[in-house]
Write a protein that binds this ligand. Structure first.
Ligand code: FBP
Length: 337
């Protein structure tokens, strides 16, 4: 069917249709997704003109992780915090840019939201794709009471919704509410997100691997053997695979969602527990990839079954097509201590 002939469906319409599938739906999650869509449009507009406005470069301060904060990090964080506070449906926010939990006046709000407002910071100043990541949980404590840490420290399997925005050659919003993964493309000329693909499925195997090979020396033996396996000549199994590493997790996983393959950020000497944060990088991307038919592990366990004990804890991650993840899992079991 020629796509241009199909009636374009807006994010708004798609969200309302989704809501109507749930008897007794209150519309609160729908409002939250709409608000995140609005923040994405504003951040996208700022990124697109970053080279001509004074928004590139460092703020001159460091964040909770001891990383230099970029001006765009702060801008994106402000946009996400104000968007998430609009509806009154959110009682707590945890952001990569804020050490402590942000408690909102709407303490009876039934949702907790984690966000990495701008993922891929090292690429911001050089016009390479970056992203925004979000993960939404329903509170476990009574909304009549003040929310507490038990509401925030839930395993990934308890996510109500998760998604990301990729700011690349076009801006795309990708999310799941547990009913498959849907993608939307922003038409900046009218400021509207339109449905691009519904219920997208990741290929079972993809001939690419994505890892920062600069830390090779400090990898587990099993991982070294797996990367050698990817580089061996064997046309029957599409090997050697190609190496693809953008250095923005969102952009690397957006490619893998469409083309298959595997993204790995292992533990290493520099990052003994991995670099990426469990609650606002690993869990939301794992929910998306699993909903599309892929897998995500920390080397031994399913990422989304990890019980968190800290807001900003890190985790190694091996995520992507189920055959690629099964292969690395086999090597890790066989060769790693
Ligand atoms: P930020 O959220 O601070 O950008 O960090 C995460 C990240 O940039 C990921 O997007 C990316 O996959 C990874 O770090 C790149 O790390 P490295 O430069 O060590 O390969």
């Amino acid at each position: 069917m020629d796509k241009t002939k199909e009636r374009l469906i807006t994010l708004e319409e798609f969200i309302i249709r989704g809501q109507n599938r749930f008897r007794g739906a209150t519309g609160e999650l729908s409002q939250l997704l709409r608000d995140i869509g609005l923040a994405a449009k504003i951040i996208s507009r700022e990124i697109n003109k970053a080279g001509i406005t004074n928004i590139l470069g460092n703020m001159g301060s460091e964040n909770v992780h001891g990383e230099h904060v970029k001006k765009l990090d702060v801008f994106a964080n402000d946009q996400m915090l104000s968007a998430l506070s609009r509806s009154g449906n959110v009682s707590m926010i945890v952001s990569e840019e804020n050490k402590e939990v942000i408690r909102l006046q709407s303490s009876s709000g039934k949702y907790i939201v984690y966000t990495d407002p701008l993922d891929g910071s090292s690429n911001i100043d050089v016009n390479v794709s970056v992203g925004t990541i979000f993960s939404i949980y329903r509170r476990v404590t009574d909304t009549a009471d003040e929310p507490d840490l038990a509401d925030a420290l839930q395993p990934g399997v308890s996510q109500t919704a998760a998604g990301y925005v990729v700011y690349g050659s076009s801006t795309m919003l990708v999310y799941t509410t547990g009913l498959g993964v849907t993608t939307f493309t922003l038409d900046p000329s009218i400021g509207e997100f339109f449905l691009a693909e519904n219920n997208i499925k990741i290929p079972d195997l993809g001939p690419t691997y994505s890892i920062n090979e600069g830390s090779y020396k400090s990898w587990d033996e099993g991982l070294k053997k797996y990367i050698k396996f990817c580089q061996e000549e064997d046309p029957a199994t599409q090997r050697p695979y190609s190496a693809r590493y953008i250095g923005s997790m969102v952009a690397d996983l957006h490619r893998i969602l469409h083309k298959g393959g595997i993204f790995i950020y292992p533990s290493s000497k520099a990052y003994p527990n991995g670099k990426l944060r469990l609650m606002y990088e690993c869990n939301p991307m794992s929910f998306i990839i699993e909903q599309a038919g892929g897998r995500s592990i920390d080397g031994r366990r399913r990422i989304m079954e990890i019980m968190p004990d800290e807001l900003h804890q890190r985790s190694p991650i091996f995520i992507g097509s189920k055959q690629n993840v099964a292969d690395v899992e086999r090597f890790l079991k066989e060769y790693s201590a």
